[in-house]
Write a protein that binds this ligand. Structure first.
Ligand code: G4P
Length: 287
């Protein structure tokens, strides 16, 4: 699928991250979408942050399949200098687990003399603003910009000796893996004008047929699952997306399915497993 999405902010974001590394950085938090942890991660981040310890936060865990979230946590926790935690950014007190994991990743820092400097990054729509708003709540004090940083960088004092820096700009992965493009589009991370909704819906149906066929059947009352096109058409019929003459408006059917997935109406779903992601990366490398 060609996604007409231009990572125009990426250059300035990369610059800002490099500036933060120079100014002092101890831990990098990468906020991931727990429904698509591999696709929502940015492979350039480790290089940009020169291998600083990483905390992978699997956000929107309430929308993701708990068994798959556990598999992804194991996957990330097995990587060197890396911790992973699940999160629902809207939770009342998400800070405790996050602060604890960061402190464990950089045990020698975190007091008034040697503050722990943590950078938080994530692709659009992953929940960064929600999380920061929840974190800022009553406990944290927002301070001004950090001198010497190119773009406006927000510094949040989460507790004594714990500084959270919010990356300015957008963090975008290069969408090299076709499946990742579909998953990002299905999740709502990509502007709707940048992709073909019908194509993304058909891919979503293929994925759901593979991993969660019963969810499709239950939600749309389908006795059996035919081809992907037949399933999309059946969804359109259920959702009254017929035009005069009886034909189904497939783009309406696609909108209905994508809306249901994004809103969690199909249940807790994860689109990709660590093994699948590794296989797609291998295929790309060999292509
Ligand atoms: P961003 O700054 O990374 O771009 O994302 P933002 O916080 O704006 O969150 C994007 C959407 O994801 C918001 O929904 C937000 O409520 C939702 N969200 C964030 N974290 C979670 C989570 O852990 N679980 C669930 N279920 N949703 C989460 P929205 O529909 O765009 O806006 P609204 O519902 O807040 O009005």
């Amino acid at each position: 699928m060609s996604i007409h999405w231009f990572p125009g902010h990426m250059h300035s974001t990369a610059r800002a991250i490099k500036d933060r590394v120079k100014a002092g950085l101890d831990v990098v938090i990468e906020l991931l979408d727990a429904r698509l942890p591999g696709s929502s991660s940015n492979p350039m981040l480790a290089a940009l942050t020169t291998g600083r310890p990483a905390l992978k936060v699997l956000n929107k865990q309430d929308l993701a399949d708990p068994a798959q979230t556990a598999a992804w946590l194991d996957f990330y926790n097995a990587q060197p200098h890396t911790r992973a935690i699940p999160l629902d950014a809207g939770e009342k007190a998400p800070a405790r687990a996050l602060i604890k994991a960061c402190r464990e990743l950089a045990p020698l820092r975190g007091d008034m003399h040697k503050p722990l400097r943590v950078l938080i990054c994530g692709i659009p729509n992953v929940g960064k603003s929600t999380l920061i708003n929840t974190l800022v709540g009553k406990r944290a004090a927002k301070t001004g910009d950090e001198p010497g940083i190119t773009k406006i960088e927000q510094k949040i004092v989460l507790e004594n000796g714990f500084y959270l820096f919010d990356t300015p700009g957008m963090m975008w992965p290069r969408i090299a893996i076709a499946q990742s493009g579909y998953h990002l589009a299905a999740s709502g991370a990509i502007g709707r004008n940048a992709f073909d909704e019908e194509e993304v819906a058909l891919e979503l149906i293929a994925t759901l047929k593979r991993h969660y066929p019963e969810r499709l059947q239950q939600r749309y009352d389908l006795a059996e699952l035919g081809t992907d096109e037949a399933v999309l058409e059946a969804i359109g019929v259920k959702r009254g997306a017929k035009i005069r003459g009886g034909a189904v408006q497939m783009h309406k059917a696609a909108e209905a399915l994508l809306g249901d997935f994004r809103g969690g109406q199909l249940g807790a779903i994860t689109l990709e497993t660590p093994d699948e992601m590794a296989a797609w990366r291998r295929e790309l490398a060999e292509a």
